[in-house]
Design a protein around this ligand. Structure first.
Ligand SMILES: Cc1cc2nc3c(=O)[nH]c(=O)nc-3n(C[C@H](O)[C@H](O)[C@H](O)COP(=O)(O)O)c2cc1C
Length: 205
């Protein structure tokens, strides 16, 4: 029996695809319902399984939940993002570590020197690899959240330097985007914006 036979992978049922994609929305208001640490740990344990190049796993996360930590975040938010962030049960700061290659002993144990040599001493390669893979991991985080029944509110409208200075003071970790997490209040939704059709942006070569 081949591996794919034994895994017996099938398309997910429609109601799962609805939850993950078709009915999933970006939320701006939140139900008064907390998100437990157990759920945040389950979220990370799903997110971390998404692929990254040479398994580099550059994402570094801070789950901002306490009023004290929210207060530290607040001055760095664009005005339009303050209310939605202050009322969200959790705001994830999705960062990426520019020293990710120092962990290849753990992450790529059969050949730690190989992928390290592709980037060490090459700032552009470090930035590209960390940002590319860190962004992918941020997307995995949102899909993992939706798979656990959470809703997301991603945001790029904040002062990166301010968030980095406050939450990643060692200077090695950069802030990519923020993502509010919780159980969304549907009353905040506006009609879905259009999406491209396959014919508009895809080709099969
Ligand atoms: C990386 C990223 C940054 C975003 N930044 C903001 C933001 O700063 N403020 C905001 O209100 N919405 C922000 N959004 C929300 C998008 O406008 C929203 O996800 C998009 O219009 C799709 O909405 P839908 O999921 O309801 O279809 C951001 C989304 C992403 C993915």
């Amino acid at each position: 029996m081949t591996q794919s036979d034994s895994r017996n992978a099938q398309p997910l049922p429609d109601h799962c695809l609805d939850q993950l994609f078709r009915e999933a929305r970006t939320y701006y208001k939140w139900q008064d319902k907390p998100v437990s640490e157990t759920t945040l740990r389950a979220l990370f344990d799903l997110m971390k399984m998404g692929p990254t190049s040479a398994n580099c796993s550059p994402s570094r996360l801070i789950f901002v939940t306490s009023p004290e930590a929210k207060a530290k975040l607040k001055p760095h938010l664009m005005a339009g993002n303050v209310e939605k962030t202050m009322t969200a049960p959790v705001t994830a700061i999705i960062g990426y570590d520019l020293t990710f290659y120092e962990r290849y002993d753990f992450l790529h144990p059969h050949d730690p020197a190989g992928p390290r040599s592709w980037v060490e001493g090459k700032p552009e390669a470090i930035q590209k690899t960390a940002f590319q893979n860190g962004t992918l991991q941020g997307a995995y985080l949102m899909m993992a959240a939706r798979s656990l029944g959470l809703d997301c509110g991603p945001m790029a409208g904040f002062d990166n330097a301010g968030v980095e200075k406050t939450f990643f003071p060692d200077g090695q970790i950069k802030a990519n985007f923020l993502c509010n997490l919780g159980y969304g209040d549907e009353s905040s939704l506006f009609p879905r914006l259009p999406r491209f059709a396959f014919e508009d942006v895809c080709e099969i070569a």
